[in-house]
Design a protein around this ligand. Structure first.
Ligand code: CDP
Length: 207
């Protein structure tokens, strides 16, 4: 079974994806980490994230080991990531890796922006996570502070709104809900409640 989880920044995709993966015994791919690793490479090399040629070369060179770096979560990387991820050649370079991961038995959990629409349009389970922007900013700011990075909720809110607008507005594989995705609004749900709601839905899809 393939479980595809999409949604805007800090809607709770990663937490839910990890818990579902553990529950079903599937590997989990945080596809945002792939795009973040491309941005990290460019920034480290002093290259411009809008330079399509450099970005495609970086996407082809990304290795699995780079996906583990804690430096992928820095806010400068988040901003640069939504720029590089709008470049069609970057998305094409990362597509095969994602599809191979998804289709390897016995199943997989992938989270991102275009999993249910582009990467795995045939996934048995598609979840689209949402939450109010203020709540998402609060969660992301706390996540940053827990890592020792000073963060102001209002600034983080502005950043994620700009990123959501870029992710939704791009012409290649924009953030959008697949017609057959189950929408889960996590504004009022803690991680346990979101997990329970997702499991209840999955039980109706794959009894
Ligand atoms: O954790 P958060 O939701 O803030 O971000 P992420 O899932 O790590 O994704 C970071 C950025 O990568 C997003 O803002 C998108 O621009 C891009 N991305 C994408 O274009 N397609 C994906 N499948 C996953 C991420």
């Amino acid at each position: 079974m393939i479980i595809a989880i999409d949604g805007p920044a800090a809607a709770g995709k990663g937490t839910l994806a990890r818990r579902l993966a553990t529950h079903f015994g599937y590997p989990h791919l945080d596809t945002g980490a792939l795009y973040r690793a491309v941005a990290r490479r460019l920034l480290d090399a002093g290259q411009d994230p809008t330079d399509a040629e450099a970005a495609v070369a970086a996407a082809r060179a990304v290795t699995a080991a780079e996906l583990q770096s804690p430096r992928l979560r820095d806010e400068e990387v988040s901003r640069a990531t939504s720029v590089v991820s709008a470049i069609p050649g970057v998305r094409a370079a990362l597509l095969q890796f994602q599809r191979r991961f998804a289709t390897t038995p016995p199943g997989a959990v992938l989270d991102g922006r275009d999993i249910g629409t582009v990467v795995c349009p045939d996934a048995e389970v598609k979840l689209f996570l949402e939450a109010a922007p203020e709540e998402r900013a609060r969660r992301r700011a706390k996540e940053l502070r827990d890592r020792g990075v000073p963060a102001i909720d209002a600034r983080v809110l502005q950043d994620i709104q700009e990123r959501d607008a870029r992710d939704s507005g791009r012409s290649t594989a924009p953030l959008s809900r697949a017609a057959d995705a189950y929408v889960l609004d996590t504004t009022q749900l803690d991680p346990d409640a979101a997990f329970a709601a997702a499991l209840a839905y999955i039980a109706t899809r794959a009894p």
